[in-house]
Write a protein that binds this ligand. Structure first.
Ligand SMILES: Nc1ncnc2c1ncn2[C@@H]1O[C@H](COP(=O)(O)OP(=O)(O)OP(=O)(O)O)[C@@H](O)[C@H]1O
Length: 257
């Protein structure tokens, strides 16, 4: 379903050139939940942004459902793939009502049954219709993330790109949002590509993971192998150990690795 092949990306020009992705390769099957893990700055979000069309100056090959992606964003691309960001407050227009936020993508794509789709989507994410007239600041963090998920799914894409979808939320609502994402994926057999720092989230949701370091995929492996300690790469093993037994010393070891 998702094919990432020899993906390279560089920011800046001349002396300020900074290459952040180096020959990134991985595949995600249809209906699979694939996690991208790795230290801050390793390029996880950048991979998602290339797939979402937010960065267009990449090199390599990107394909979704057998269709090669262009170096530009298009209406068709938005129907196929949508992204949910880490911070649901920053990603929702503060002066638009929830109804308007959900209607905008449907309008752009010329859907005529917009009312029905908006109501159905609100039901799916566990928000009642009264939310249509509210503004983002009148919602809790968890409710805002539900709206962001509804907006991403209202066009019925096959692929959802999730950038740390729970890390900005209170611990008490993180599980609710993870359960919602799991239910929605089951219901519509969606394909998820998810960036996370949290190996607990991986264990809860993901089927397979790709481990990134310094703009490269070190290895891809099943969640079972990751958790049972069958990773090939010492760096991956270090990440697992650090999450099991977090300590200041361990964090320093990971930073030095
Ligand atoms: N628009 C940009 N212009 C220049 N450099 C950028 C831009 N976006 C990202 N980078 C750089 O690309 C590298 C990878 O960033 P990216 O956000 O993909 O990392 P990440 O693994 O998702 O980290 P985190 O977990 O902290 O979000 C970083 O060095 C970052 O500074």
């Amino acid at each position: 379903m998702i094919e990432v092949s020899q993906l390279n990306l560089t920011f800046g020009e001349g002396a300020k050139t900074n290459q952040v992705l180096f020959d990134v390769n991985f595949n995600v099957e249809g209906g699979e939940i694939f996690g991208l893990v790795g230290e801050s700055g390793s390029g996880k979000t950048t991979v998602l942004k290339c797939l979402a069309g937010l960065f267009t100056h990449w090199q390599g090959k990107l394909a979704i459902d057998g269709t090669e992606l262009e170096h530009s964003i298009s209406r068709e691309r938005c129907r196929m793939v949508q992204m949910v960001f880490q911070d649901p407050y920053g990603s929702l227009h503060p002066r638009h009502t929830i109804g308007d936020i959900l209607e905008e993508p449907l309008q752009i794509q010329n859907f005529t049954d917009r009312d029905r789709r908006i109501n159905m989507m609100l039901d799916k994410v566990g928000l009642n219709r009264a939310f249509r007239t509210r503004f983002p600041h009148q919602l809790s963090g968890g409710q805002r993330q539900r709206v962001a998920i509804a907006r991403a799914l209202v066009l019925e894409p096959e692929v959802l790109l999730l950038d740390e979808p729970t890390s900005a939320l209170d611990v008490s609502v993180q599980a609710e949002i993870l359960n919602l994402l799991a239910d929605l994926q089951q219901e519509s057999k969606l394909t998820y590509l998810m960036v996370t720092h949290d190996l607990g989230v991986i264990a809860h949701l993901c089927h397979r993971v790709g481990v990134m370091q310094h703009g490269r995929i070190l290895e891809s492996l099943s969640t079972d192998d990751l958790i049972s300690g069958a990773a090939q790469e010492p760096y991956t093993q270090m990440l697992v150990n650090a999450s099991r037994q977090y300590s200041r010393e361990m964090a320093q070891q990971v930073a030095k690795f």
